[in-house]
Structures are given as structure tokens and as C-alpha cells.
Design a protein around this ligand. Sequence first.
Ligand code: ADP
Ligand code: MG
Length: 343
Amino acid sequence: MNAVIHQQGASRTSEKPPLLSVKDLSTYFFSREGVLKAVDGVSFEIRRGEALGIAGESGCGKSVTAQSILRLVPSNGRIVGGQILLHDDGGATDLVKLNWKGPEIRRIRGKEIAMIFQEPMAGFSMVYTIGNQTIEAIRLHQHCSQAEARKIAIETLGRVGMPKPEQTIDAYPYALSGGMRQRAMIAMALSCHPSLLIADEPTTAVDVTIQAQVLELLKDLQRDMSMALMVITHDLAVISELCDRVMIMYLGKDVESAPARALFSDPKHPYTVGLLKSVPELGRGRGQEIAAISGSVPGPYERPRGCSFHPRCPRLIQNVCDVEPPPQVELASSHRVRCHLYA
Ligand SMILES: Nc1ncnc2c1ncn2[C@@H]1O[C@H](COP(=O)(O)OP(=O)(O)O)[C@@H](O)[C@H]1O
Ligand SMILES: [Mg+2]
């Protein structure tokens, strides 16, 4: 039996081969009120072993982007355009083209791309033990016996810092504390050694000390397993801790993407600048962390004309930003922004 954890040690270069290329992805919801453009022409790439952070206020399309990748968009929504290319040695598979209930995407979910959720209960059923569920996930994707799968599950629980994994494996999810449940969910996600782990607000539901531990754990795992990570959060401090690249979303659009260092030292989009000001510990705008961005995200059906951020923008150019949607501009190597200021 191969060991679950490969100690490869990733170096942080941009020379790594691409793992996931999302091109012009659009995912809409349809209802009596109209069409809700939850994701509206978003493009990004994740390389093998790299960590991408996706940030933006609540309702900007972060979770729907993740649901689209896993083809788990709720039934009132649909991917209406774009490609989601999952690369492997032999080429690439466009996940958009797969039947969402078919065997290909089911093989990819868990085995290639695993996900952990905000609320650790969401990933588990309450009527089975941690072990039952983890072993089932392992056996779904790897040809191994029940006993071998159990051994892998115990090893993985140990790897994520679960105390007494030989005993915890037989515990029910409700019997664990929030932090331990979060670790168990991470272990379940990792047990099949995915190439990409998507973490949607991984630390919002747990308290501050546990948050730090979970982040530390994700960072270690990503490095040791040379696994790619897509971290969704509204917390830019989390991204500065973990990520190589960042994409900022606003109302379904990718308004700015850049290497993390460039984005934090030289943010371009007025929305990004505002978000950074609201995080005092990042050192920008110290002492003025309140109300860094005026107003609030408009309702999903009332998308402003031109640039959707213009009603809140401190650098609004009249008769331009409120009329024309901004083009996407490439400023430096892989630093892109959708803003008239740079066009
Ligand atoms: N199942 C759904 N039905 C209708 N609208 C939805 C559904 N899920 C999400 N949305 C809408 O899509 C937009 C993006 O949501 P989401 O991706 O969850 O935002 P985020 O994760 O950035 O907070 C929001 O306007 C949200 O209300
Ligand atoms: Mg969300």
C-alpha cells in the first residue's frame, strides 16, 4: 500500500505546470425576479502545488465559483459559458462539458479535487462515525481493502493533528469539538491525496485560536503534499498568510488578479485598495479600518451600469465608469485589473 502522504516539498516558483485553467466562466441563477449573474466571465489559473486566494465581500460569487468547478451548482443555476480545464499529463478535461452526475466528475470529486466547507458539520453525516465516512471515501477512489482503508484513514487523522487517531476514528462527528471536526473533515478531504483542495471560508465557523491552527495545518499540508490550494475567504489576512496568488471578486467579476506580494504591496483596483484598508494588521491604512469602502454591495438584480463598483468608488470618472464596463488590463506580468483608471 502506498503511503498517503508524500514528502515532496514544494518550491514556490511559477514554473510549475498548470493544474486548473478557468476561462471566462459564467454561472447564472434563474428565477422569477430575473437572471442573477453570480459568476460573470471569470478567468484564473492554479498551478500544481500553488495556493490561490479568492477574496471579496459576501455575495460576490466566490462559493459559486467553487461549486462550478466541482459541478455542484444548485439546480436553479447553470454554467452558461466558459471552460474549466483540469490538466493532467495526457492533456486536459473540460469539466464544464461533463455530465454533472456522470462517472467522470464523480471520479474527479474527492480524488483530484476535494473540498472542505465553512461549517464542518456540512461535510459529514451525523449517523456514521468519522471512520465509516473516511473509509468509504477512500474505498470509492482507491482499490484497497477495508483494513487498508482504515489504516490510511488513521494515518491521515494523525497527519492533521488529531489526538489518538486510533480511537477518534470510531467517534461520531457530533462527539468532537468544532476544531477537531474541522480537522476530521480536512483528513477526509486529504485521504485520497487530491491535486487540489478547495477550502471555502475554512476558518469562519471556528474560534480564533483554532483558526490559526487550521491555517497552519493547511499551509503545512500544502507544502508537504505539494497539493494546490484554492482558499476562499473574505479575510485578506488569511490570504497573506497562505497564498501565492490572489483574485479579488466583485459582483461576479474578477476585478483584480496578481501574485500575492504584488497585490498587497501595490493594489491597483480601488475596490482592492478599500478591502486592504479594512484589514489593519496588513499595515495599510492603520487607524482608519472602519468603513474603508463606502456603501454596500448592491442587490444581485440591481447591477449598476458601466463598472459595477462605480457607485462606491472614490476614484470614479464621471461619464466613463458609470457608462462603459471597464476592460481587463494587464499591468505587469500576471497582474490584471478591470478598471478605467488603467485603460
Ligand atoms: N442557490 C442559489 N440560488 C439563487 N441565487 C444564489 C444561489 N446561491 C448563490 N446565489 C447568489 O449568487 C451570488 C453569489 O453567491 P456566492 O457565490 O455564495 O457569494 P460568496 O461566496 O462570494 O459570498 C449571490 O448574489 C447569491 O445570492
Ligand atoms: Mg461563500
